[in-house]
Design a protein. Sequence first.
Lengths: 114, 114
Amino acid sequence: GAGVSQSPSNKVTEKGKDVELRCDPISGHTALYWYRQSLGQGLEFLIYFQGNSAPDKSGLPSDRFSAERTGGSVSTLTIQRTQQEDSAVYLCASSFEGHTGELFFGEGSRLTVL
Amino acid sequence: AQSVSQHNHHVILSEAASLELGCNYSYGGTVNLFWYVQYPGQHLQLLLKYFSGDPLVKGIKGFEAEFIKSKFSFNLRKPSVQWSDTAEYFCAVKGAGGNNRLAFGKGNQVVVIP
């Protein structure tokens, strides 16, 4: 498709389980971001990939969170041993030019941890 | 790293009223500035952006924003709102150049009453 694609759109899991969230950016976009959106908290930056540079992981809230981007395209955000406070909408965005370009957002993956 | 402050997180106003949303940022260098909007049930999309030149920027749907460098501000305005402007509005800042990431404010929830 033409836009940023995220899957699953909704995920309900039990506390302690691992989850994987997938992002397929717009073809040719060199920059990819993961954000977390919680009610009243705005968009919390998680991780930023730009081309072949080392990712900026400074926003990951704990070592239970990790992300990778394979072949400069698809990215997977993994949350291990999920906790209730991980419940949020996880947003992926991509950009053609990492340092000036407009971000194009996906629909998000809503994670609910019971 | 840059940070963004948005005030008046919840705004309720009537149609035809004027809207102004404040955005202040902290960053020592040249910045790129953005306003994103999220309509109910939709993904985030760009409303307008400032990179350089005329500090008064016009965006979609009659919105405009003014960059005041001395005040580190990028306030969003619309002279006369419509019911369809009901949405959440996010200000975002990126340090120009390099691998600087995009930082978002906590957002303004705007409700326009018909």
